[in-house]
Design a protein around this ligand. Structure first.
Ligand code: G3P
Length: 215
């Protein structure tokens, strides 16, 4: 299973990558706007920091404009994955980009049949938004299971990316059901590796040895 970080904050990416080697990064227009950085230079900097795929999202809504924008984004760095909305126009653009061997991440996926449509178009990744599904009373992780089951029956190559992750139980469930990738907000990485009993046990061991914790 691969772990991506879901942020456009370069400093946070560097900090996490130091102790949890990241497999990739996902960004979206909201995260980029929050970072205050210029989109293209930010994406290049992230690619220098992390070895894996880095999703950069188009803002266009017509397939023609999406394809133009995708060419610019893909030209920024070989690690760039073009993120496109899971709309009819997005599917048209995905099919064209797939022919050109440009990697794509179909985002805002809220149903198993949308995921299957993304796969049919040749998407590299499909991002299922589990938190936003939970928000409307639909079990997001149950939908991810459904997508994995459908994809496994037809040897679909599109990778299932669990997005809109809100808490550690999403991360645990994603690993248990065999999702290819989970993209996690920065704060959850610390929560994943820290435990009060680890801290307590370490303090006791160090006290016994007459040492204290160097942070
Ligand atoms: O990057 C897409 C996704 O992870 C957004 O999450 O929390 O805004 O639903 P959220």
């Amino acid at each position: 299973m691969q772990f991506f970080v879901d942020t456009a904050d370069l400093e946070k990416i560097k900090e996490i990558n130091r102790w949890f080697p990241l497999d990739g990064v996902t960004t979206n227009p909201t995260l980029v706007a929050d970072s205050g950085a210029e989109h293209h230079s930010l994406i290049r900097s992230i690619c220098k920091e992390v070895k894996g795929p880095v999703s950069a999202e188009v803002l266009a809504t017509s397939s023609e404009e999406m394809i133009k924008e995708a060419h610019v984004l893909a030209g920024l760095h070989p690690q760039v994955v073009v993120k496109l909305p899971l709309t009819k126009e997005g599917l048209v653009a995905t099919a064209c980009l797939s022919e050109e061997n440009i990697s794509t991440n179909l985002t805002l996926c809220f149903s198993a049949l949308q995921a299957l449509s993304a796969a049919k178009a040749g998407a590299t990744f499909v991002s299922v938004f589990v938190g936003r599904l939970d928000d409307i009373g639909v079990d997001g992780m149950e939908m991810v299971s459904q997508v994995i089951h459908i994809f496994s029956q037809y040897q679909v190559k599109t990778k299932v990316l669990v997005a809109s992750v809100r808490h550690l139980s999403h991360v645990l469930a994603a690993s248990e059901i065999g999702a290819d990738i989970v993209t996690i907000p920065p704060a959850l990485f610390s929560k994943m590796v820290e435990h009060p009993l680890t801290d307590k046990g370490l303090a006791q061991f160090l006290k016994s040895a007459g040492r204290s914790i160097n942070k």
